[in-house]
Design a protein around this ligand. Structure first.
Ligand code: F6R
Length: 244
């Protein structure tokens, strides 16, 4: 629990930097699972600073993003492709061929094979070393809404009405928010060797309490993280206020 989100974000960025540097020394890749939304922005800001001021290179980094709206064109302002480039990728030396973000432009008949291939690609890189997560007020991680099973894999999902309401701020009007998304599954996330879940602000306090201290169930998909051997929950004092 950190005093504020800025301090929490710096600590998460340092942990990511340490992983990247230790892999560099061994001549190996670091495979990162990344999130979008407001929660990781401070982490990305600090990673950019480390790149500019402390020589942190991302040349040995491979990234897989959690999710993307469906349908979605990459050049739309609300796309997660646009977000990742603006918030991180355009400011560091990550190689374009090492970036993976679910493709929201695919025709529906190609989605199933594509999702299986996304899983396979992660496996071919030896799995995710570290998965960064935010949490939605529904208890979603990625876009695994209530009802998602622990074994779920990358797939097309329907967004929960509360998630659509929360996304409306990015889309001008609620009716413009896509009803669906492509997301890594809970099972995909659980296979990561290490997971960091971030939550800032009192709006996340209730769901954070249910996630960390509540019963493990599909009703709160993030609660499955209780069963992961190496998960760290990084929060500010406001998100932590309902923890006992
Ligand atoms: C984003 C994602 C979502 C968000 C969650 C919280 O890639 O997978 O699960 O992490 O909706 O969003 P913010 O951080 O905007 O509160």
């Amino acid at each position: 629990i950190f005093e504020n989100s800025a301090e929490g974000a710096i600590s998460v960025a340092r942990e990511i930097a340490a992983l990247i540097r230790s892999r560099q020394q061994q001549g190996e890749l670091a495979v990162l699972g990344l999130a979008t939304g407001s929660s990781p922005i401070g982490v990305y800001k600090e990673l950019i600073r480390l790149h500019r001021e402390e020589n942190l290179s991302f040349k040995n980094v491979v990234t897989f993003n959690l999710d993307e709206y469906y349908p979605m064109q990459p050049d739309e302002l609300q796309s997660y492709v646009y977000f990742m480039h603006e918030q991180l990728f355009d400011h560091i030396d990550l190689l374009p061929e090492n970036i993976h973000i679910p493709d929201g432009t695919l025709p529906i008949e190609k989605v199933k094979d594509y999702c299986q291939a996304y899983e396979k690609q992660i496996d071919e890189y030896g799995g995710l070393d570290l998965q960064l997560l935010g949490i939605g007020r529904t208890g979603h991680i990625g876009f695994n809404e209530p009802g998602s099973s622990i074994a779920s894999t990358t797939r097309l999902v329907k967004l929960d009405p509360l998630t659509i309401t929360d996304a409306a701020k990015d889309f001008i009007k609620e009716e413009y928010v896509p009803l669906r998304a492509l997301t890594m599954g809970v099972g995909t996330i659980m296979k990561a060797r290490k997971i960091i879940l971030m939550a800032w602000g009192e709006g996340k306090a209730k769901i954070l309490h249910e996630t960390v201290e509540g019963r493990v169930s599909e009703e709160v998909p993030a609660s499955f993280l209780q069963q992961h051997p190496r998960v760290k929950v990084v929060v500010d004092q406001w998100a932590a206020q309902e923890l006992t």
